[in-house]
Design a protein around this ligand. Structure first.
Ligand code: MTE
Length: 334
């Protein structure tokens, strides 16, 4: 079988966006050639992914959605990650979610988020930068090459999945914003829309949801901004239209539906650390040797599997990221 490199795949939502652009410039035929696709994976019936149609329709305008494309099967370049672990299915990834703005029940997030308006959208990059940016979704698609990144996601609650994200390294956006020399941290903020996000009308957490990274962590190539999954636009429950993914850290660092990225000199406040500092540290690196005060972190339940598997230091990405923490006591900076 011919191996298709992730870089050769044009995710459908990017393809659709380019198609819109090319159609506008009268070069539709050229754009169609960009639609290389790997065989479908996941095997979900069309009706279950039909909920994606609104996002695509919103992007293209309802009269321009090619129905066949909007309902194609989810695609990924491989059925497994670099450790040989199988991908979770589209169905699993989009029906077991943490997104407290919509619901505290993982199975209820998808329906509670169904009517969230994720288009149009803007992301602002501000603070200690020489070139502040305000980018809409089309800018993000056009300026940064969207590629597949198959990563494990390990939640602090000790469950995990393998997810074929589509997105681009956060470093590319930060470099364009040109950080000033005193910028040491990067803060991320989720959209605040209590009228659309029922959870934000309660005080279970401080809103809007916020996260943060040290700038060298943010520049690591494994830290990505995801716009899609399985070659489709992100679903609302996954944090549409753009979210952070930091695969070596517990899932709560991977903040959803981001509207603001601020470079700062001092350590930014983060939602879970503010809520329970003794349980959720700023670093939150996946670490089987440091237990949560209420449960062990030594093993995890892979969604879709029976039994438990051992948790790997840095979620299996130690080679790429351990040097970021040289000399630090990770039991204290947890
Ligand atoms: N981002 C926001 N804005 N709100 C949230 O409640 N939950 C976090 C993280 N990002 C959360 C969030 C947690 S605890 C996890 S484990 C992951 O999203 C889950 O991502 P998933 O639902 O795509 O698997």
């Amino acid at each position: 079988m011919v191996k298709i490199l992730p870089s050769e795949i044009t995710p459908e939502h990017v393809f659709l966006n380019r198609r819109q652009f090319m159609a506008a410039s009268g070069a539709l035929a050229g754009a169609l050639a960009l639609s290389a696709c790997a065989p479908g994976l996941g095997g979900e019936p069309a009706s279950e992914i039909g909920a994606l149609q609104p996002a695509v329709a919103a992007t293209l305008g309802p009269d321009k959605v090619p129905a066949a494309l909007a309902y194609t099967e989810p695609t990924a370049s491989s059925g497994q990650d670099e450790l040989g672990d199988p991908l979770n299915t589209f169905q699993e990834i989009t029906n077991y979610n943490n997104f407290y703005e919509f619901s505290t029940s993982k199975e209820a997030v998808a329906s509670a988020a169904a009517s969230f308006q994720s288009y149009p959208w803007q992301v602002a990059v501000t603070g200690l930068v020489n070139n502040p940016l305000t980018l809409d979704l089309d800018d993000l698609y056009a300026r940064y090459t969207q590629q597949e990144h198959i990563f494990r996601l390990r939640c602090v609650e000790a469950w995990s999945m393998v997810i074929p994200w589509v997105g681009f390294p956060l470093a590319e956006l930060l470099k364009e914003a040109d950080p000033q020399s005193n910028a040491q941290y990067v803060q991320f903020v989720t959209v605040y829309r209590p009228e659309e996000m029922p959870g934000q009308r309660s005080s279970i957490l401080e809103w809007p949801y916020q996260e943060g990274l040290r700038i060298d962590e943010a520049m690591n190539p494994l830290a990505i901004l995801a716009t899609g999954m399985y070659g489709k636009p992100l679903t609302n429950q996954q944090g549409a239209p753009v979210r952070l993914v930091v695969p070596w850290k517990y899932g709560f660092k991977s903040i959803k539906s981001v509207v603001s990225i601020v470079l700062t000199e001092s350590l930014p406040a983060t939602t879970w650390n503010t809520a329970a500092p003794h349980e959720y540290g700023f670093y939150a690196n996946v670490n089987p040797a440091v237990d949560h005060p209420r449960w062990s972190q030594a093993s995890e339940r892979r969604i879709g599997e029976n039994g438990r598997r051992p948790t790997l230091p840095f979620n299996g990405y130690a080679e790429e990221v351990a040097a970021l923490y040289a000399g630090m006591d990770l039991t204290r900076s947890f």
